[in-house]
Design a protein around this ligand. Structure first.
Ligand code: AMP
Length: 426
């Protein structure tokens, strides 16, 4: 029988990498909580309608990339391709509008999109997500952008570029849409197949098409900034002013329209110079009409999502630190069979002290066990002689120093030694 492998585009995050993910998640959690955000756990599948209406029927995500299935009762469900629509659904359904505003939430977890897999692009990927709901204040946009930048600073990431744009609002976007269509109409025949079909349904998306001909054709396209209404223009100016004040260097990119329809006003991305084609580590912006499009009242919102895989890839490429890789604190070796009961007792006494303690379960030779122990901070040896005298031999692997400790209390003494060793670490 053929061995079953994982589906295309998904990846196992194995122990050699999962500790790096844990580090990124920890840093993100600490930072988000520090900025006043609270964690929510959202479902991984939702009614398909939520994404069709929330993200937009004519977006690539909804048209081509959703994992949609019917449950046993014939309901159409979809594995979430992103978290924002779910977050807004949850805000509405749980009546969060009745409490103090804005509501600041974060979540982290897997998202699913049927995209062509390549470096940095998977069909199941993890996003770190923050959303602020219930405020129109441009300072909230700034808070979101700053939170992402502070995360990358803390992770030691460099070579990043912050691009911002305003995609307008329902009051001013139709005029821009028309200006763009008027500009592109004479060149309709030259656009790529996807853009031809976008022309009527979603012409703004033509601006971020990666096809070289489309790119060249949109080079001289009308600037969205010229079409913004006063409210959108003032909002964008306020966001930029505060970002400048905080020293965040941003570039305006009039092509930045983002793939999801719900954006209004601010749109932004953080790009990594070390990722190749899939270079966005983070994308976000304001979505003041999303709540209405899924049947709720008007609730302004702004947020970002950042892919963990791309963060870790960038950090690895740039040699950033992920903190310390977890390793064994104490390796317990029963030198002869007579000591095996005491060795097991010591193993669990060490673990009760919160230490990462291990012993051999495979009947390997003492020499082989010593080799494994060389990776640990301490090795403990127990033979019939030690058992008879109620002691344990403890070796500090870094220095080779060895001493005997009374068996009772040995675990606590080793924990103190480890703490001192930690203190000496640079
Ligand atoms: P989006 O939800 O499309 O705005 O994407 C936000 C962020 O999620 C991107 O900047 C990436 O870091 C990450 N991301 C989006 N799609 C994928 C994917 N297919 N594989 C890996 N990461 C992704």
């Amino acid at each position: 029988m053929a061995e079953i492998t994982a589906p295309r585009g998904v990846k196992d995050v194995l122990p050699g990498e999962s500790w790096k993910w844990a580090y990124v998640l920890d840093q993100f959690r600490t930072l988000a909580e520090g900025f006043g955000f609270s964690e929510v756990h959202l479902p991984i599948f939702e009614h398909t309608e939520l994404f069709c209406r929330g993200i937009g029927d004519t977006t690539d995500v909804v048209e081509k990339e959703m994992y949609t299935f019917e449950d046993r009762a014939g309901r159409s469900l979809t594995l979430r391709p992103e978290a924002t629509a779910s977050m807004v659904r949850s805000y509405l359904e749980n009546r969060m509008a009745s409490g103090p505003q804005p509501v600041k939430l974060w979540c982290a977890g897997p998202m699913f999109r049927y995209e062509r897999p390549q470096k940095g692009r998977y069909r199941q990927f993890w996003q770190l997500d923050v959303e602020v709901l219930g405020s129109v204040n441009p300072l909230v946009d700034v808070e979101i952008i700053e939170l992402s930048l502070e995360l990358y600073r803390r992770l030691g990431m460099a070579n990043l570029e912050v691009v911002v744009n305003s995609v307008g609002c329902p009051a001013c976007r139709p005029a821009y849409r028309k200006a763009l269509q008027d500009y592109l109409r004479p060149h309709l025949g030259e656009l790529c197949g996807s853009c031809k079909s976008r022309f009527d349904r979603n012409p703004l998306r033509i601006l971020d098409c990666k096809n070289e001909t489309c790119k060249a054709l949109t080079e001289g396209a009308p600037d969205v900034m010229d079409s913004l209404c006063d409210e959108c223009r003032d909002h964008f100016a306020a966001v930029r002013k505060r970002l400048d004040l905080l020293g965040a260097s941003t570039r305006i990119d009039k092509r930045l329209v983002r793939g999801l329809d719900y954006y209004t006003k601010t749109a932004y991305e953080v790009l990594s110079g070390d990722l190749g084609a899939q270079n966005a580590v983070c994308g976000g912006g304001r979505y003041d009409n999303l709540a209405e499009s899924i049947g709720g009242p008007h609730v302004p919102g702004v947020g970002f999502a950042s892919g963990i895989e791309r963060i870790v890839l960038t950090m690895e490429q740039q040699g950033c630190s992920f903190g310390r890789e977890p390793s064994t604190d104490v390796y317990v070796i029963a030198v002869d069979g007579a000591a095996s009961d005491e060795a097991v007792k010591l193993l669990y006494a060490l673990r009760r002290q919160g230490l990462r303690a291990e012993m051999d379960y495979q009947g390997r030779s003492v020499k082989a066990q010593l080799k494994t122990a060389s990776q640990a901070a301490f090795a403990c040896f127990l033979g019939s002689d030690e058992v008879a005298r109620s002691v344990v031999a403890v070796k500090e692997m870094a220095t080779g120093n060895q001493e005997e400790l009374l068996f009772d209390g040995a675990a606590a003494a080793i924990r103190s030694k480890l703490a001192r060793q930690e203190d000496r670490r640079p």
